[in-house]
Design a protein around this ligand. Sequence first.
Ligand code: NAP
Length: 280
Amino acid sequence: MELKGKTVADSLGEQLKARAFACKEKGVTPCLAILIVGSKPDDMYYASAAIKKAQSLGVDTKFVTMAADTSQEDVLKELDILSNDDSVSGILPLMPMPRHIDPEAVRAHINPKKDADCLTDQGYADLFTQKKGAKAPCTPAAVMEILNFYNIPVSGKRAVIIGRSLVVGKPLAMLLLAQNATVTVCHSRTENLARVCREADILIAAIGKAKFVTREFVKESATVIDVGINNDENGNMCGDVDFNDVKDIAGNITPVPGGVGSVTTSVLIRNVIESAESTL
Ligand code: NAP
């Protein structure tokens, strides 16, 4: 089965609209603030998709853009303003920012209660200790939404993640563990990578290398989730998985585009609504 993200996002959207409406009835309109430093096309594309999604679900938006040469001090000041603005429920600074801005400083200036993509230390601590109400970064949370929406068994299953970044691989390992999967996290130093991957009931690729995962990585009937966003040799968007090579051997597979990426903005908006709900 092709695990289409749009179906998941549509279903989530219905629930989120109702929750945003319920917040408004109680006097709080959820609001997402996006901060962009510079004007990278990818950032602009993601921001406009997130704003469109938010507005379609009844969530207000605030879009702050700053020139690429804005000083770190001014960027941090802006984050402090958003962090203290009662009308803002969730903050998303798009990372990475220009080199002269320290990402650690950015993370430290986000109010953890308004941390829309789980970028703060507090956000990670809550996730790793499985604190009630903990949020998760949007991309790994989107992976879990897809697995759960399509009723793919997770508990007791062997999950293998390729990639150990703080944005995807590590938090995803925590989310899978919380649902009782047996989790292996692979990386560039993993020996016999294809053999380890072939043990997976659920194989997740978050590598950043176009079409890296071919059929020899995949056990017959396994579920393959492709987090990657790359360009192929013709400049077309593709994932970390060679979809055409793998689709016959996999039991389930997410496409790129149209898979994980389609669910990410919905999860972002859910995080914003949850922050708003926590203030009611
Ligand atoms: P990242 O920070 O560059 O991490 C890549 C990971 O892949 C690292 O852990 C690296 O291992 C591992 N890796 C690289 N080459 C490998 C190899 N040959 N064999 C095994 N492991 C290898 O990337 P990221 O931010 O996690 O993103 C991963 C992919 O997901 C990218 O394509 C990105 O565009 C995409 N992404 C998608 C979304 C979405 O919404 N769909 C969101 C975020 C990211 P080492 O740690 O050993 O270097």
